[in-house]
Design a protein around this ligand. Sequence first.
Ligand SMILES: Nc1ncnc2c1ncn2[C@@H]1O[C@H](COP(=O)(O)OP(=O)(O)OP(=O)(O)O)[C@@H](O)[C@H]1O
Ligand SMILES: Nc1nc2c(c(=O)[nH]1)N=C(CO)CN2
Length: 392
Amino acid sequence: MSDTIRLTGITAEGFHGVLDFEKSQGQLFRVDAALSVDLQAAGRSDNLEDTVSYAGIAELIEDSVTGRPFELIEALAENIAQRVLLFDAWIEGAEITVHKPQAPLEQSFADVSVTVERTRSAVRRTGGPTAGETAEYLDEFDVEVLKDLAENARRAEGEAAASGPEPDAGQVGPYRRVSLVDLATVYDEEGGGRAGHETVWVPADTQLELPEGTRDPELPADFPVRAVVALGSNLPDAELGTPAELLASAVRALEEADGVEVVNSSPVARTKPVGGPQGQPDYLNQVVELETTRSPHSLLDVLQQIEADHHRARGEGSGEQRWGPRTLDLDMITYAGAEISSSQLTVPHPRAAQRAFVLLPWSWMDPVALLQGTPVRELAAQADDAEHVDQL
Ligand SMILES: Nc1ncnc2c1ncn2[C@@H]1O[C@H](COP(=O)(O)OP(=O)(O)OP(=O)(O)O)[C@@H](O)[C@H]1O
Ligand SMILES: Nc1nc2c(c(=O)[nH]1)N=C(CO)CN2
């Protein structure tokens, strides 16, 4: 049985409705909310930190009712449900009823209402969602909701961020996700331990001021983070098969690697070679998204081991040319939100933003993906090789 926090009869004036006078004159709306939250910890500790503040929920509901007008109470209920689930990662489900007791009906009536019930698709019961799960979940939300969140994020980030430019309505582009690497730090600072939504989306140009030493990207993650990896092959292998077979085998190898889970994969693309020697064969390219507890360099080790297992020739005497034909190439495109620069590893991959053979498959897999705050879709369209990438 799940525990419930229930708020009933939150009443405020709003301007929702299809008819003109509803939009101009306004009327009262009443909202009931039932939130599924595990209350055992709070029951035992008697500490507000261990539960969801109903005051915050009430404020959020009032904000939605008095805010942006919707035509339908269905849309208002949906908006509230989405915001409630984003309010605190530990809210597992929300049932929202919007009453419109002054609806324009000719008949004598007591009330009109709609009820929506929404559950979080992926929540780990202990510790809240991972960055990946949160990001995936956030992809289901519309831009208006994200705008609200970005606003909250700016408030949470303090004065410096609050003075940044206004988020650009209608685009996902100006926001970026803050990785769980960052989130974990925020937890520590606040001593909380909750993934509240404020720390997940921030305007793209927000600088997080985190204490020194807490963002060492080589800290092994005790929580999974997401990484994007690009695969390429344009040389068959006598033993392991065609480029298509080599890509499929590499994805299987990633699935089997310790501390790595493949959570999404793109369709395969046939692409014209970019750079390298004249006349090399077309490539097959693909992009996968991983969830990993490995540190970036240890993930690079895994990628290079898989390349070697697929007979990737490398190093002195191997005959391999720069950007020349290869049985398998695995590039780490992103690792959480981290920027890494070492002698072995640069993340985000320094040439990814110009390569449609990476960006297009990535955008097919995740149409709202961002690379350093810019939609991958847009970068793909601008890349020189955009016309030479065909989905198989
Ligand atoms: N993000 C990254 N992903 C993979 N390798 C990287 C990355 N950043 C730096 N490297 C380093 O790049 C070196 C060369 O890699 P590789 O020979 O696969 O390059 P390439 O794939 O031919 O070229 P490109 O990097 O332009 O795709 C590797 O030994 C690795 O240490
Ligand atoms: N189309 C295409 N061109 C490339 C590729 C690749 O994977 N696909 N990889 C390269 C070096 O990594 C260089 N050029």
